[in-house]
Ligand binder design. Structure first.
Ligand code: NAG
Length: 274
């Protein structure tokens, strides 16, 4: 409650100086691959991606953003989704691209999806955190959001922050902040690694697999906001921090910053307090 109220107030405060795009999928997106496996219907209010043995499918936004907030409601592939991956991410282009990732790794019926997150700056990622969700993401639509500011990146699920990644340039870690990004999404087969590390294969007898999207909203932040020190540093209020801790304690199943095996020589600098 507290957090959504805060966001509501924030949205009201900033709506006057924020540019908001949203609504119609015909206007916002290009269906980029998979032929008619990607579809827009209900007059542009609903989009679906599907995957069959021949191909997956995907779309991308027409507009690009340099900082902003992206919201989308997604209903993930239901039933036996093992082997499938639904991606939803911001990305720039080129070999030194920046990227902010959500990926949903499917599972057999009744077993949990994994929500995988990562951040790339200047072509380098390796900043993974993974989560289970506290609901079944295939029963209803849920909102997945990215807040991207020069100071930090926040990943949210139904307005609950699940991850805050702070800009660590002051200690020499590149941060995505110079390259505008578009929103991309795709549904594809990744049964060589996605489910239990590749042990569970896609059951093609269940194809086509379909995910649904609605209520897209993209907000670009205005130049005036970037001169406002208070706005820049606005992260989470007490309730947001409490919810973030709740998710990280109960639902986080992987954090690169605690993976000793992977970093025997010491953790990346941004993993320490700075
Ligand atoms: C799938 O279910 C298994 C068993 O509960 C679990 O270990 C795994 O993390 C789940 N998710 C994926 C994507 O493998």
């Amino acid at each position: 409650m507290g957090l959504s109220r805060t966001f509501l107030i924030l949205s009201l405060v900033f709506s006057s100086c924020m540019v908001t795009y949203g609504g119609n999928f015909f206007q916002e997106f290009d269906l980029t691959w998979g032929g008619n496996r990607a579809k827009i219907f209900n007059g542009g209010q609903l989009l679906s991606l599907s995957l069959d043995k021949v191909s997956g499918s995907g779309f991308q936004s027409k507009k690009q953003h340099l900082f902003g907030r992206i919201d989308m409601q997604i209903k993930l592939v239901a039933g036996n989704s093992a082997g499938t991956v639904t991606t939803y991410y911001l990305s720039s282009q080129g070999p030194t691209h920046d990227e902010i990732d959500f990926e949903f790794l499917g599972n057999v019926t009744g077993e949990p999806y994994i929500l995988h997150t990562n951040i790339y700056a200047q072509g380098k990622g390796n900043k993974e955190q993974q989560f289970y969700l506290w609901f079944d993401p295939t029963k209803n639509f849920h909102t997945y959001s990215i807040i991207w500011k020069p100071q930090h990146i926040i990943f949210l699920v139904d307005n609950t922050p699940i991850r805050v990644y702070k800009n660590a340039e002051s200690i020499g870690v590149p941060f995505p902040k110079n390259q505008p990004m578009k929103l991309y999404s795709s549904l594809w087969n990744a049964d060589d690694w996605a489910t239990r590390g590749g042990l569970v294969k896609t059951d093609w007898a269940k194809a086509p697999f379909t995910a649904y999207y609605r209520n897209y909203m993209a907000q670009s932040f205005s130049p005036a906001q970037f001169n406002d020190q208070k706005w820049q540093n606005q992260e989470l209020d007490a309730d947001g921090r409490r919810r973030l801790r709740w998710v990280q304690k109960n639902f986080m199943i992987y954090n690169y910053c605690t993976d000793f095996k992977r970093f025997p020589q010491g953790f990346p600098p941004e993993c320490r307090k700075f």
